[in-house]
Design a protein around this ligand. Structure first.
Ligand SMILES: [Zn+2]
Length: 201
């Protein structure tokens, strides 16, 4: 029986993955973007958009593509994807981003804090903020190189599945930024870990 865990709306959650485990991230209600990071268990290696763009030769990543670490190790491979569009350009939202872009005064829930807290619960010290793999988020590069964020196209129940290429710590945040969620308030995400099949005898 596979346990389904909830990432609370505007909150975060973490999980340890063993090599070969598959992490299935689900958008239960549709239209919600999220952030995913992955680290080696000692915290020394982490997901890198730059390395991934370098080795993949593209910025749109989906089924069959590998997400690489900053030390050039394969971290996660996308093995299934109902949606086909995600963003790997934008940094995780921070409280400063809400001050600058949304005019918020004081604290605001944000993906960077959610991811950091989830990683620390797993015993991983995250270090400086990194670029997350922005699940279900759509950012198009348009004329002049400008970025245009569009509403996610994911529908209720859509999912993306990653296979861990080594033992990893992963964290997921339900992004609180309405601009990445089609103007809607944040909603929960969910995830499941499908264990690696037992090796053949
Ligand atoms: Zn966010």
């Amino acid at each position: 029986m596979v346990e389904t865990r909830i990432v609370p709306a505007a909150g975060g959650a973490g999980v340890r993955l063993r090599r070969g485990d598959r992490l299935r991230v689900i958008d239960p209600q549709g239209g919600q973007s999220g952030d995913l990071v992955a680290y080696s268990l000692d915290g020394r290696e982490r997901l890198s958009n730059g390395r991934t763009f370098d080795y993949a030769g593209k910025i749109h990543l989906s089924t069959g593509d590998v997400l690489w670490s900053d030390r050039s190790s394969p971290m996660l491979t996308i093995v299934a994807d109902d949606v086909g569009r995600h963003d790997f350009l934008y940094g995780a939202c921070t409280v400063e981003m809400y001050h600058r872009e949304y005019g918020v005064v004081g604290y605001h829930p944000n993906c960077a804090d959610n991811l950091d807290a989830a990683l620390r619960e797993l015993g991983v010290e995250p270090g400086p903020h990194q670029t997350a793999f922005n699940l279900f988020m759509i950012a198009d590069v348009v004329e002049g190189g400008r970025l245009l964020i569009r509403p996610p196209t994911c529908r209720a129940g859509d999912a993306i599945v990653f296979r861990a290429e080594r033992d990893r710590a992963a964290a997921i945040s339900s992004c609180p930024a309405s601009g990445c969620n089609g103007g809607a308030p944040p909603r929960p995400l969910a995830f499941e870990v499908l264990p690696a099949e037992a090796p053949a005898a």
